[in-house]
Design a protein around this ligand. Structure first.
Ligand SMILES: [Mn+2]
Length: 244
């Protein structure tokens, strides 16, 4: 057998490592649940980002995987938006990309919501991103392990529908003691994804000056398929938040 390189060794998680990642993810889910109900028209991204940090501390995970991304409205078109004073308006896209660490192991999740109502375009974009994610996951379920083919399943669908400019990042990455680790789902990836690996699947569509949608789940690659590690609803109906 060929000697494994360090990035290949650490990509495959043992039970304890996996338990830490799952614990970090469950905490993130609790935080998201707590935060979504704190939204109100006029609140700013930075206020929500600060509340997210405080809530992670409250739930026992003060060390985050990365600074939380909170984006409202057209700011959701920026892949790595930094929360600012932008205020929430009715009809806005609302994007949260958050993760924390447990014993150094990271979690990573993105959800996009709509504040109060949506138009036909927002719905079309959301459903396309969700479909792209499903296509990639179905391929993994069937046993595909080539990173670029899995990326293509989502990207090909989105490119065909919306053109080539609107999904500018990889479909997913390994997660472990660092938030982005080997292997990768991306167009030029030669990676073969091993069983035991924790990966994100995070297609997105971004329209400059208008807004974007990204849906990101973490999955465990298994011998026969995958196991989802993300327990947060993502169907379109759940994405529309009621104004309180
Ligand atoms: Mn990610």
């Amino acid at each position: 057998m060929k000697t494994k390189l360090i990035h290949e060794v650490r990509a495959v998680k043992n039970k304890k490592e996996l338990a830490n990642i799952i614990k970090a993810q469950r905490i993130s889910e609790k935080v998201l649940q707590h935060i979504v109900v704190k939204l109100k028209t006029g609140i700013s991204e930075i206020e929500i980002a600060n509340l997210i940090k405080k809530t992670f501390i409250k739930y026992g995970a003060p060390i985050l995987s990365f600074p939380p991304i909170v984006a409202f409205g057209k700011n959701t078109a920026h892949i790595h938006h930094q929360p600012n004073k932008t205020k929430l308006k009715v009809g806005d896209n609302v994007m949260f990309d958050i993760g924390c660490t447990v014993n150094h192991y990271c979690s990573d999740m993105t959800r996009t919501y709509f504040w109060g109502r949506t138009n036909a375009k927002q719905k079309k974009i959301y459903l396309a991103v969700l479909e792209a994610q499903n296509r990639a996951m179905n391929l993994i379920k069937k046993g595909e392990r080539r990173g670029k083919i899995i990326d293509k399943a989502a990207r090909g669908f989105l490119n065909k529908k919306f053109g080539k400019k609107n999904f500018q990042h990889g479909l997913g990455h390994g997660v472990g003691t660092v938030i982005h680790e080997w292997p990768n789902f991306k167009p030029k990836s030669e990676d073969i994804i091993p069983a035991g690996c924790v990966m994100t699947v995070e297609p997105g569509l971004y329209f400059k000056g208008r807004g974007g949608v990204r849906i990101e789940d973490m999955i465990l690659i298994t011998k026969s398929g995958y196991k989802s590690l993300t327990n947060v609803a993502k169907d379109f109906k759940n994405a529309i938040l009621p104004i309180r």
